[in-house]
Design a protein around this ligand. Structure first.
Ligand code: AMP
Ligand code: ZN
Length: 112
């Protein structure tokens, strides 16, 4: 069995606050939010980051989850989508995840 924490969260082996899920992706609250809304969208299957070859249906399911999280969280005015790939980018959990940040004015820079 995988000892990847995000595999376990996305597949309900460890309880978490799920915001939205579909067959291939799960969105849950970040444990250390960096903004009023900070949700992680992850594939249920393990990939390390965006440098992996990810099936289009998985990417599509993740994109659907982004739209649904934005709707559920009321992010009508916008949000930021970030995915760190590799240690240089600050990736600390080696299971692909997209950060959705919002709920406040994030400014114009890429780095909050
Ligand atoms: P990154 O630095 O891009 O790899 O982001 C990892 C993110 O995962 C950080 O924002 C952490 O706060 C978050 N995180 C780590 N462990 C958990 C967990 N058990 N549940 C929810 N979020 C987590
Ligand atoms: Zn994993």
């Amino acid at each position: 069995m995988s000892d990847c924490i995000f595999c376990k969260l996305a597949n309900h082996e460890i309880p978490t606050t799920v915001v939205y899920e579909n067959d291939l992706a799960c969105a849950f609250e970040d444990a250390e939010p960096q903004a009023p809304v900070h949700v992680l969208v992850v594939p249920k299957q393990h990939f390390e980051n965006m440098t992996d070859e990810i099936p289009s249906e998985v990417l599509s399911a993740m994109a659907e989850a982004v739209r649904e999280v934005a709707r559920i969280k009321g992010l009508d005015e916008g949000f930021r989508l970030i995915s760190n790939a590799g240690a240089v980018a600050g990736q600390t959990v080696m299971h692909l995840h997209w950060h959705i940040l919002g709920g406040k004015n994030l400014g114009e820079g890429l780095i909050p």
